[in-house]
Design a protein around this ligand. Structure first.
Ligand code: M6R
Length: 610
């Protein structure tokens, strides 16, 4: 995830910027850079790779000056490279910008600027901002930034410097976090508290649509419309470790709570302004080629495969083309039937999983086109696939995948709708209907998260058991598989996910007095059948937690011991909500058992061996 740090004061800024960026390293990044006002003017040094690369460059040629901005980049628009790293400047080299977030309309803006003679060096959306500000500058950097941001759509936290006003540092926040640190004769900006914690514990937290103008003497707070505002200083009493996790006890919990943002970011710029169609300009596959596809293979490992199981339901429902899902480690050894009319979709958070990469290569060798859904720009999977949809979950640190999985679901929803609108299997109003429901998901996840305490209680009780079952039908079964994997992975409690109708063909024998059963019943078309399956387990003494739709509470209460209601959405979209209580369940069970939640035994975040 990108990180921002900025300084204006009386000390050399370079070491403060580098130290601040180091404190943000845990968030993941692929390149870094700083801009400092030196005696020569506004100077920038930036490089792809780890911070040590940047430090090495600066050792020979340090940037000396007491005002500067720094950035660690997690690529979203354009691969990791020196040129794509931040800070970005305009053509006059008088304006420099660091940016977290995504500018949705950057292509339009870039085109306009290019028509006016601007030259661009990078593939990023951020470079557009420095050019825009330079165009809007008429002697006051604050007004120029205000005018520029009015032209931008999307999410942004910005740090802006101009050589014309070397005693001011401007910061803006819109849908991407930014804080201002206050010290005696020195001020800071940062995307996260750890970056500046060693210098100050007094901060202003900017809200969306607010900006700050920092000088050595003080901080002026205002809205992007130009109205001055006042704020209370927030005194941080967290230690560094707590600050890294934004106050959460574990990265996994933090990442579970980041899902509303991950959903918004993954949808951002991919839904037309009128909300009636999906826009995926990153896809090279043509409408003709999409029309020619007659089968799909979804190939992945672990949690990514479980996202693929939901993806199968989504594509078959929206596009009506047969989809097979495959475990990547099996795919290339079972001689799958791959024809040039097969679209192979590989799913991978890291984009580096050896089995998934091998499956991708096998598919291409057999002449199939490969679409990758991955979270890491510039990863092997992203580089080698023919088409790529990047999920914008941001780096995932906990081994147990949560926000990456749910962002993969969003990617499948978007791609399924895009395909459906392209071949006409869904009409415009049907697409718009699903898109409206998708846009409500982030807020609905927030509602689910607000009830985390309910799940905590259930988790504590199941943590005493050595075996349990997850059951569901249709798309709920796909989610049950993810719930079961998550629980095994971090709590080490054995569990099985079963298609609810299949239980009585053997596994029911394992249900005895007190066996916990987590039953998902969010699919209205099989609701009655699920109730019957639950009764079958209850008759053998199961202790059932029902994950249900809001509105069914009274009726379901007769059949289950405990229940958790998720907000209503379209049946196809329910996994994006129903997975959240299951993630929380595994988190709290692991916690109750005293395990290392973020680093479970025997597992690695990225599996780069076969
Ligand atoms: O990076 P990938 O998505 O390709 O990783 C695939 C699996 O190794 C991964 O999803 C694993 O199952 C997770 N630790 C599950 O939480």
């Amino acid at each position: 995830m990108c990180g921002i740090v900025g300084y204006i004061g009386f000390r050399e800024s370079q070491p403060i910027l580098l130290e601040g960026l180091k404190k943000l390293e845990y968030r993941g990044y692929d390149s870094a850079g700083i801009a400092v006002f030196t005696e020569q003017g506004l100077e920038v040094t930036k490089t792809v790779g780890r911070l040590v690369n940047l430090e090495n460059r600066l050792t020979g040629e340090p940037l000396r000056g007491t005002v500067g901005i720094g950035h660690t980049r997690w690529a979203t628009h354009g691969k990791p490279s020196d040129l794509n790293s931040h800070p970005h400047t305009d053509n006059s080299l008088k304006f420099s910008v660091v940016h977290n977030g995504i500018i949705e309309n950057y292509l339009e803006l870039k085109e306009e600027l290019m028509m006016a003679g601007h030259q661009f060096l990078s593939e990023t959306d951020t470079e557009v901002i420095s050019h825009l500000i330079s165009v809007e500058y008429e002697g006051d950097i604050v007004k120029a930034v205000q005018r520029a941001v009015k032209k931008m759509r999307g999410a942004f936290a910005l740090g802006v410097l101009t050589e014309h006003e070397p005693d001011r540092l401007v910061a803006v926040r819109y849908a991407s976090p930014l804080i201002i640190g206050v010290g005696e004769g020195e001020k800071y900006i940062a995307s996260d508290i750890p970056a500046i914690l060693e210098h100050t514990r007094d901060i202003y937290i900017l809200n969306d649509g607010e900006m700050a103008v920092l000088t050595r003497e003080g901080v002026e707070l205002l809205t992007i419309e130009g109205n001055f505002i006042t704020k209370e200083i927030f005194h941080v009493d967290w230690d560094l470790m707590t600050a890294e996790k934004a106050g959460f006890d574990h990265f996994m919990l933090k990442e579970i709570h980041e899902q509303p943002k991950a959903y918004r970011d993954t949808m951002r710029g991919r839904i037309s302004e009128d909300g009636r169609s999906v826009v995926l300009p990153e896809l090279k596959i043509t409408a003709e080629q999409l029309k020619g596809i007659n089968r799909v293979h979804i190939v992945a490992c672990g949690t990514a495969l479980h996202a693929g199981l939901v993806g199968k339901n989504v594509i078959e429902n929206l596009v009506r083309i047969p989809v097979e899902t495959d475990v990547a480690s099996e795919y290339r050894y079972r001689s799958p039937i791959i024809t040039p009319d097969t679209l192979v979709i590989v799913v991978s958070q890291s984009g580096e999983t050896a089995d998934t990469l091998a499956a991708l290569r096998e598919a291409q060798r057999c002449g199939a086109r490969v679409l990758a859904i991955t979270n890491v720009v510039g990863s092997s999977v992203a580089r080698e696939a023919d088409d790529v949809i990047i999920t914008l979950a941001g780096p995932e640190i906990a081994v147990a995948s949560t926000k990456a999985y749910s962002s993969q679901l969003i990617a499948f929803f978007l791609f399924g709708l895009y395909w459906a609108q392209t071949i006409g299997s869904k009409n415009e109003s049907e697409v718009a209907h699903v898109l409206a429901a998708m846009q409500a998901l982030p807020e609905q996840v927030e509602k689910v998260l607000a009830q985390a305490e309910v799940i905590k209680g259930v988790a504590e009780s199941i943590s005493h058991h050595s075996s349990l079952f997850f059951i569901g039908r249709g798309i709920d079964y796909a989610v049950a598989m993810e719930g079961s994997l998550k629980l095994k992975e971090i709590s080490y409690i054995h569990s099985e996910a079963y298609a609810a109708g299949e239980l009585k063909h053997g596994t029911l024998a394992l249900i005895e007095e007190g066996t916990p059963v987590i039953a998902l019943l969010t699919q209205e078309d099989v609701y009655e059948k699920m109730l019957s399956n639950i009764k079958e387990t209850k008759a053998r003494g199961a202790d059932v937690l029902g994950i249900i739709n809001e509105g069914h509470e009274v009726e379901v209460a007769k059949s289950v011991d405990r229940q958790f209601a998720i907000p209503r959405t379209l049946p196809l979209l329910t996994p994006a909500l129903s997975v959240v209580p299951l993630q929380l369940l595994s988190y709290y069970a692991s916690l109750a058992l005293g395990h290392d939640v973020d680093k479970p035994r025997n597992l690695a975040k990225s599996v780069t061996v076969e």
